[in-house]
Design a protein around this ligand. Structure first.
Ligand SMILES: NC(=O)C1=CN([C@@H]2O[C@H](COP(=O)(O)OP(=O)(O)OC[C@H]3O[C@@H](n4cnc5c(N)ncnc54)[C@H](O)[C@@H]3O)[C@@H](O)[C@H]2O)C=CC1
Ligand SMILES: O=C([O-])CC(=O)C(=O)O
Length: 390
């Protein structure tokens, strides 16, 4: 190993000797790219906000055939924006072409909810999309493709992908709760009157739905007097337990009421944060919230998608272990009723067995080909378990 002083001298004499090789472009898929979030995120990705300022990208954009014109407009704008990191754009309505060779997939395609709807009301429309895309992911994406599901209900769609694409490692499939996490940081920063960049370590437990439990009680803020636990700075138990939790849980709905459309720029930005931290790592001493496949931590049933505090290093996430809070607290904040659960289960069973022939697990089993063959009961069981948290 050369001493660092010698290395520095070498670099000043002949800088080309030590310059890093330029990175090869990577293929990034965005589904629903003609929609609101898609339109916002493609430019963010091509500006390096997701994979870093030195990572060239080839964007693969998928949308429905009826959105072909809109998608070609997005493609034209990307070309017109003259983005230095953008090395190619594929705009297509063909799933196989869209997934071919992609190393990162941000799955946004699907219906958004409108005022008065719950996210779980999107199951009938959006879950079948993820059934079909699971096959495309498994068959066409790069072997270690990392997937972020944004479309709602995000946790359930991620679970459907995991169950129907068993060749894809479960750790490579995640769903977005970073928007809720960022909303939590935003609320704390407003309450304290500090910059949001000075607040870290909020936690969002559970589902990207009104049953989630946003937790500010372990957050840390940087003040003029150094770093302090937020609990010490806000001596207002009622705020932690009531106002903060309700505002974060209901923020999506509040935005829909105000805009008549669901959040898009904040969702696109959160999706970039999620992927960036996953791939490039979380800063030391900082955790973020990600919807990941539960390994049983904190008593959460194994195999369902659930938001935990995670740290990331070298492209791998791991759940932060600690004495944060009991599931009783999460459960006590859950608004899912037994009736909700029964209705949801009924809806998924109806979809799987009758409504859409592609949704029949029995039929898929009888196809008996390909690595996607699944046995009906574990998948059904896993999906129905996840609905408890939808
Ligand atoms: N997890 C989160 O934090 C958030 C999730 N969302 C969800 O993201 C999804 C997208 O939201 P927006 O962009 O606002 O909706 P949008 O309606 O503006 O765009 C959705 C796009 O998906 C396309 N699409 C539908 N089916 C498709 C398929 N099979 N393949 C490819 N594309 C398809 C549509 O044609 C449309 O262009 C919704 O489900 C919404 O609820 C929205 C905000 C935050
Ligand atoms: O609320 C919605 O339907 C959109 C969304 O997921 C959010 O803004 O968190």
């Amino acid at each position: 190993m050369l001493p660092s002083s010698l290395l520095q001298r070498l670099a000043s004499w002949c800088p080309w000797l030590l310059r890093d090789e330029p990175k090869q472009p990577v293929k990034v898929l965005v589904t629903g790219a003609a929609g609101q979030i898609g339109y916002a995120i493609v430019a963010m990705i091509a500006r390096g906000l997701m994979l870093g300022p030195d990572q060239p990208v080839v964007l693969h954009m998928l949308d429905l055939p009826k959105s072909t014109d809109a998608l070609s407009g997005v493609r034209m704008e990307l070309i017109d924006a003259a983005l230095p990191l953008l090395r190619g754009v594929v705009a297509t309505s063909d799933e196989a072409e869209a997934f071919r060779g992609v190393s990162f997939a941000v799955l946004i395609g699907g219906w958004p909810r409108k005022e008065g709807m719950q996210r779980k009301d999107l199951i009938a429309n959006n879950v079948p999309i993820y059934q079909s895309q699971a096959f495309a992911l498994q068959q066409h994406a790069a072997p270690n493709c990392k997937v972020l599901v944004v479309a709602n209900p995000a946790n359930t769609n991620a679970l459907v992908l995991k169950e129907l694409a068993p060749a894809v490692p479960a750790k490579n499939i995640t769903c977005l709760t970073r928007l809720d996490h960022n909303r939590a940081l935003g609320q704390i920063s407003e309450k304290l009157g500090v910059h949001v960049g000075d607040v870290r370590n909020a936690i969002v437990w559970g589902n990207h739905s009104s049953t989630q439990f946003p937790d500010a009680s372990h957050a840390i803020a940087r003040t003029q007097h150094g770093e302090k636990p937020v609990r010490e700075l806000i001596a207002d138990e009622k705020w932690f337990k009531e106002e903060f939790v309700t505002v974060v849980q209901q923020r999506g709905e509040a935005v829909i009421k105000a805009r008549k459309q669901s959040s898009s720029l904040s969702a696109a930005s959160a999706a970039c944060n999620h992927m960036r931290d996953w791939i490039l790592g979380t800063p030391k001493g900082t955790w973020v919230s990600m919807g990941v496949c539960s390994d049983g931590s904190y008593g959460v049933p194994k195999g369902i998608f659930y938001s935990f505090p995670v740290t990331c290093e070298k492209g791998e996430w791991s759940i932060v272990q600690g004495e944060f809070l009991s599931l009783y607290q999460i459960g006590s904040n859950s608004s899912t009723t037994v009736l909700d659960m029964i209705c949801l289960l009924f809806e998924v069973l109806r979809l799987m067995t009758s409504h859409d022939p592609r949704w029949s697990f029995r039929r898929m089993n009888s196809m008996k080909r390909g690595p996607w063959r699944i046995s009906s009961s574990p998948a059904l069981k896993a999906i129905s378990r996840s609905l408890v948290y939808t």
